[in-house]
Design a binder for this molecule. Structure first.
Ligand SMILES: Cc1cc2nc3c(=O)[nH]c(=O)nc-3n(C[C@H](O)[C@H](O)[C@H](O)COP(=O)(O)OP(=O)(O)OC[C@H]3O[C@@H](n4cnc5c(N)ncnc54)[C@H](O)[C@@H]3O)c2cc1C
Length: 375
């Protein structure tokens, strides 16, 4: 059911016509088990690795997070279902791709994500209150974070971010989806966190708190640990160098802008991906006829992000990439960003994209996994 309260927003997002949620959640243990059975029977467990970076639809990822967070199921129970399927010990999933054929790319990838969940718990136990500190696990106090209490401009920036009116399509779609449904995909979450912390330079904890209020699957360790990670103060060995470019990410994961147009109704008339991803690119003379005239987030986006990619760049045109993943299994970050500052100017100094890196197979291979010691 959509959330109705405005939570202090002056422009609360409204449900766009015909938009459907990716997360039609019904709580409880029974529905949790039904969901796992559906994933096994439909073969989605076996294709999970290739679909997990999607953003639209109910089955691109498992959507098990809320049941896990609420204690309706456990990671061990999911593992047991996977084992039965892989070994063909029950009839569940008979006929589905991968039945009785041992661990496959999909089931291995799901276990891998569940290990990240465990790891986030380990970090909480290890670092305790540092989970919530602005300096993060790294104790890094070198970032000149801004916050809405500092000045009126920062407050307005934050409100526009929360309301999904930044002018960056992927961020706006995700923030509106989150507000309306209580869910947004992992791919979108990473981009949103990176945008708030690394492009706007805003105290990342405000984003984490907003997620805490909004997410149906809110989970203390996963949420705060992932926010730290994306803000560059957590246990990511790449730290500040990991900056997601939401335009490149849109080309990679939403090349036709279907996800963005689902949640940002104002952009539905557009066809050019560059314009969907950043509506300020629509020529001024055409804005009025497209219903975009006078919109603040079109005329004054919070960030203008340069990315001359797309179908011919070698990086776009595919909804779910398999190559080019880094050690955290995330794509589209750009090397060499400096400490805070204007995203557009920092953008100029970058350009090197890491590609074709080998994908890690176990937690032990993660660089820096053990580098942070308890004080
Ligand atoms: C900024 C940010 C905030 C997040 N906040 C939360 C949160 O409050 N609660 C939450 O459960 N997850 C959180 N995540 C992790 C991840 O985005 C969600 O678990 C996932 O999107 C839930 O959808 P799913 O169950 O379909 O995921 P699937 O892709 O199907 O993954 C299966 C399960 O693996 C676990 N998992 C997947 N990705 C991660 C991850 N990056 N870290 C830890 N565990 C993971 C989850 O338990 C998930 O249910 C956050 C990620 C980011 C980047």
């Amino acid at each position: 059911m959509p959330l109705r309260t405005d939570l202090g927003l002056s422009h609360p997002p409204e449900w766009p016509p015909n938009a459907t949620t990716a997360h039609p959640f019904h709580g409880g243990e029974t529905t949790a088990h039904e969901r796992i059975k559906h994933l096994v029977q439909s073969g989605n467990m076996s294709t999970y690795k290739d679909s997990r970076n999607g953003m639209l639809g109910t089955d691109f990822s498992t959507k098990l997070s809320a049941w896990l967070a609420l204690g309706s199921i456990t990671a061990r129970q999911i593992h047991a279902y996977l084992l039965d399927f892989e070994e063909g010990t029950t009839a569940l999933g008979k006929g589905a791709q991968g039945y009785g054929k041992g661990e496959n790319r999909g089931t291995a990838a799901l276990r891998f994500e569940l290990l990240w969940r465990d790891y986030m718990r380990l970090c909480t136990r290890k670092f305790r209150p540092r989970l919530f500190r602005i300096e993060g696990f790294r104790n890094d106090d070198s970032y000149p974070w801004t916050s809405p209490s500092k000045n009126a401009a920062a407050k307005e920036t934050l409100m526009r971010f929360l309301e999904g009116r930044t002018g960056t399509g992927l961020i706006d779609a995700s923030m509106r989806e989150l507000y309306l449904t209580g869910y947004t995909s992992n791919r979108a979450r990473q981009n949103v966190a990176s945008f708030l912390a690394k492009r706007l330079g805003m105290d990342w904890r405000i984003g984490a708190e907003w997620y805490e209020c909004m997410l149906t699957d809110y989970d203390l360790s996963n949420n705060w640990g992932n926010w730290q990670y994306n803000a560059g103060v957590g246990n990511d060995p790449r730290g500040e160098a990991r900056v997601f470019n939401p335009i490149k990410q849109s080309f990679d994961y939403d090349p036709e802008g279907k996800y963005i147009r689902n949640w940002v109704q104002e952009l539905r008339q557009l066809n050019d991906p560059q314009a969907i991803f950043q509506a300020w690119k629509v020529p001024e003379a055409q804005r009025k006829s497209l219903g975009l005239g006078g919109l603040q987030w079109v005329e004054r986006p919070l960030k203008r992000i340069e990315f001359h990619g797309g179908q011919n760049s070698g990086s776009g045109g595919r909804g779910n990439r398999r190559g080019g993943r880094n050690s955290r299994g995330q794509d589209g970050h750009i090397n060499g960003a400096g400490r805070r500052g204007d995203g557009a100017s920092r953008e100029k100094g970058r350009g090197e994209r890491r590609r074709g890196e080998r994908e890690i197979r176990s937690m032990d291979e993660i660089e820096g996994f053990n580098m942070l010691k308890i004080d």
